[in-house]
Design a protein around this ligand. Structure first.
Ligand code: G3I
Length: 372
């Protein structure tokens, strides 16, 4: 029987910088019994969520949820270029250091996201070096410095995020990012080799979105990703897993075919790779405004998706891209926010940190999952 620790007062928490918030201040009863992280661990699955330093320092409730439900945290901002690289010549590790210490203090695993991503680059980066030598040097310095600093402490890295984009019209289906323009497709192999040299312990992941639905567009994405992975493995590139971001929409459930997704996961597993669900969330965009019906549809989407992927032994990890509606990226995204302007309700906890039907749907899918 775990003695419930007295909850810290808001004053105590806010007066304590994140890095100094001792793990003992969090309630431990839920973490060991029915929290989502514990339920997943009983099935050999690592479960967690993205989290930022601001969220935990600002909200005692987020600290409680982080402790109760997460066996892993993925810093949502602190390992990205804008946080790490305030200028071309300087690194700022304060946020990443604090978040990793926060996880380690609680015995939680952590993932690094993301070493190479076109989607979050600081202003000084511009279009990046146009020449191959310049881009090579930039990636070597960034990956060597950042992955080297945290070597041995991260479960895995998203080494390259979102390299595929069939709409860019290339025969190989790759995205025409600044990295590809300067180095060609070799930037991907290079990034993985640099990451492996800097942190031999981390599992190196290729992370991508738009892989979950039985649509022609997402089939093209899956095809391009499989071809990329097969080539990397042929060339002896150290890649260990794919990340399926899984940004889902409850209104798109008609396009979800579990058999298609499971077939794709088995193709990846057949290459000897693991599958990580890296950014799971479910927008209620496009659903009628009624909260009860929206919450029920979101819960059904979580349940159906997780039942499908957790039936595949190659799926070792599930990370939510947000755990409370209070802190969601979606209201800031023209792709994910609701057209009627109502706040979205995509996560397992509501705006007041109360568990929703989605929490119970996730818990039910974790309980029902076959053990790894
Ligand atoms: O700019 C402030 C910075 O000054 C401050 O220190 C920091 C503290 O947290 O916050 C920064 O604000 C914003 C940050 O989110 C908050 O964490 C950034 O301006 C904003 O650009 C950033 O947006 C994030 C976005 O990626 C770009 O990095 C979203 O929260 C995050 O949810 C989103 O996540 C992406 C994945 O990385 C890749 N897959 C798609 C997913 C959704 O777009």
């Amino acid at each position: 029987m775990h003695m419930r620790q007295p909850r810290p007062t808001r004053r105590q928490l806010l007066a304590t910088p994140l890095a100094l918030v001792p793990a003992s201040t969090a309630s431990t009863a839920r973490a060991s019994a029915a929290g989502l992280g514990a339920l997943a661990a009983q099935r050999g699955v690592i479960f967690g969520s993205t989290l930022t330093r601001g969220q935990v320092e600002e909200s005692p409730e987020m600290l409680r949820i982080a402790t109760d439900d997460m066996a892993m945290i993925v810093p949502g901002f602190e390992f990205k270029w804008p946080a790490l690289r305030p200028s071309a010549g300087a690194f700022d590790f304060s946020g990443a250091d604090a978040m990793l210490r926060f996880a380690e203090q609680r015995g939680q695993a952590a993932r690094g996201h993301a070493l190479v991503w076109h989607g979050a680059l600081p202003a000084w980066f511009g279009d990046g070096p146009a020449d191959a030598a310049g881009m090579h040097a930039l990636l070597r310095r960034h990956i060597g410095t950042v992955a080297g600093r945290y070597a041995g402490r991260l479960h895995s890295w998203d080494v390259v995020n979102e390299p595929v984009e069939p709409w860019d019209g290339r025969p190989d289906g790759l995205r025409a990012s600044p990295f590809l323009r300067a180095l060609g497709p070799d930037y991907i192999d290079l990034s993985f080799r640099l990451a492996a040299a800097a942190d031999p312990a981390a599992r190196l992941t290729l992370n991508e979105y738009g892989l979950e639905l039985a649509t022609a567009e997402q089939e093209a994405r899956r095809t391009a990703l499989l071809a990329l992975l097969e080539g990397m493995l042929r060339r002896g590139v150290p890649v260990h897993a794919i990340g399926i971001q899984a940004h889902l929409a409850a209104a798109a459930s008609a396009d979800f075919d579990p058999a298609v997704l499971r077939r794709f996961i088995r193709r990846v597993a057949g290459l000897g790779l693991d599958c990580y669900v890296t950014e799971l969330d479910v927008t209620d965009r496009g659903l009628p405004a009624g909260i009860a019906a929206r919450d029920a549809a979101v819960a059904r989407t979580y349940r159906g998706f997780l039942e499908a992927v957790l039936a595949e032994p190659a799926v070792k990890l599930v990370v939510l891209w947000g755990i409370s509606d209070r802190y969601t990226w979606m209201n800031d995204s023209r792709f994910a926010r609701r057209e009627d302007g109502l706040p979205v309700r995509p996560h397992p906890y509501d705006n007041e940190f109360r568990p929703k039907p989605a929490w119970h749907a996730i818990a039910g899918a974790l309980r029902a999952a076959p053990p790894r």
